[in-house]
Design a protein around this ligand. Structure first.
Ligand SMILES: NC(=O)c1ccc[n+]([C@@H]2O[C@H](COP(=O)([O-])OP(=O)(O)OC[C@H]3O[C@@H](n4cnc5c(N)ncnc54)[C@H](O)[C@@H]3O)[C@@H](O)[C@H]2O)c1
Length: 383
């Protein structure tokens, strides 16, 4: 039994992009909270397998055809990072609600088209990642008032490159680690601290070629059984026989000046050896400092710690509990999205905020290429 109302469970859902995240996370969440009607992948075999594994009534290898022929009411956009905005605009223009995996867009033309289409059509649009629901950021937001006026932050995430998805992560259009990893911290920082005024960036490609697991391996994996088993335990050991060129910048720094006046930096890269940062307990992904104290927001332990100038000890919130165990952001956002559709509510991670987050990343890369600090054109109503 789920705690979602029955009308939401009847929302007819379609998925575009039947890759890792669709099979691992959203297809199970849609099965739990909605009604899966159609799936689509340009690789027909993947669409066919996903339909079989998750019980979709129809499958397509052409997105436009799915929008035209199926009667889906809501589309989950789970393709490569450079395709999201165009596909979101197409769905909105066809009157379908959209949940868009991060990022909304990797260039300004596509971003404007997606925003216009969503606003003109009036469909619901939820833009991932739904950091406004992540337990650690909710705790951080509550504790922020303890540390006074915020002056600066530093944040970042580095790891090795993904070992799949040539077109999903590595092409110029897809955008690289800033859009894949940096998006989490930039999303969280805008949720915590509000909109950004100016952006500056430095980015380069440090590792120009990587070896990944070819798509054929996934097709074979999806074909092995009629129930889906998580790919994660096997993926690390799968043969990396496809050499690909890394087109997008894989080593990035983004400097942000918030409208509130505070300054900070976000690091995002695919050039940090995997596992380096995980074996000594909590590493803060985000540090924020203000007039009265500081705050560490963690990865691994999904915890928050803050300390004011009057305190001797850090106050640790959720430090020992690993509070996100058993919690899935994909489930939380799927449920919220379907409820917003049937209750006619604006999703909390809305289009204005999602567009602002994408513009920060687009401007960071543009700043690195042009050598200029750039002013933001989008904004959102602070949370
Ligand atoms: N894998 C993860 O852990 C993870 C976590 C969070 C978010 N994401 C995000 O989810 C998205 C997908 O990631 P993934 O890991 O599932 O990648 P993936 O490469 O496994 O899947 C993408 C799928 O989209 C399909 N596709 C590409 N273009 C298409 C088109 N025009 N029409 C239909 N299908 C098309 C591909 O064939 C592929 O099957 C990315 O934006 C990524 O940033 C992934």
């Amino acid at each position: 039994m789920t705690d979602i109302n029955e009308t939401a469970m009847n929302v007819k859902c379609g998925v575009v992009g039947c890759g890792v995240i669709a099979n691992e996370s959203y297809l199970p969440a849609i099965k739990k909270y909605g009604r899966l009607v159609a799936v689509c992948d340009i690789v027909e075999k993947k669409a066919e397998r996903a339909a079989k594994l998750w019980g979709a009534e129809e499958y397509y290898d052409d997105y436009e055809e799915m929008l035209e022929k199926s009667d889906v009411e809501a589309v989950f956009i789970l393709t490569g990072m450079g395709d999201h905005a165009g596909q979101a605009a197409m769905a909105a223009n066809a009157g379908k609600h959209v949940l868009v995996q991060k990022p909304l867009a990797t260039n300004m033309d596509d971003l404007r088209k997606a925003v216009d289409a969503v606003k003109k059509s009036g469909v619901k649009a939820l833009i991932e990642p739904c950091v406004q629901m992540f337990p650690e950021y909710v705790k951080a937001k509550e504790a922020l008032k303890e540390i006074g006026t915020i002056f600066w932050f530093r944040a970042g995430l580095g790891r090795g490159p993904p070992i799949w998805g040539a077109a999903t992560f590595f092409t110029k259009k897809a955008g690289g680690p800033l859009f894949d990893l940096g998006v989490y911290q930039i999303s969280a920082l805008t949720f915590l601290l509000g909109p950004v005024e100016r952006v500056s960036g430095l980015a380069r490609t440090s590792i120009p070629e990587v070896d990944i697991v070819p798509d054929d391996w996934f097709i074979e994996y999806l074909s092995k059984s009629d129930t889906y088993k998580s790919v994660w335990p096997l993926l690390g050991r799968a043969p990396r026989t496809q050499k690909i060129k890394v087109e997008a910048e894989d080593n990035t720094l983004t400097i942000m000046e918030m409208k509130s006046g505070c300054l900070g930096i976000v690091i995002a890269n695919f050039v940090t050896p995997d596992g380096l940062r995980s074996d000594i307990g909590m590493f803060p992904d985000i540090e924020v400092y203000g007039s009265d104290g500081g705050m560490l927001i963690g990865s691994g332990a999904y915890a928050v710690a803050y300390k004011t100038i009057k305190m001797r000890e850090w106050v640790k919130v959720g430090w020992d509990t690993i509070s996100r165990r058993g919690w899935s952001y994909y489930e939380a956002s799927t449920k919220h999205f379907l409820e917003c559709i049937v209750e006619d509510k604006e999703p909390i991670p809305n289009i204005d905020w999602g567009a602002h987050v994408s513009e920060i990343m687009i401007k960071s890369i543009e700043s690195s290429r042009t050598g200029k600090t750039l002013r933001m054109e989008t904004t959102f109503k602070p949370y």
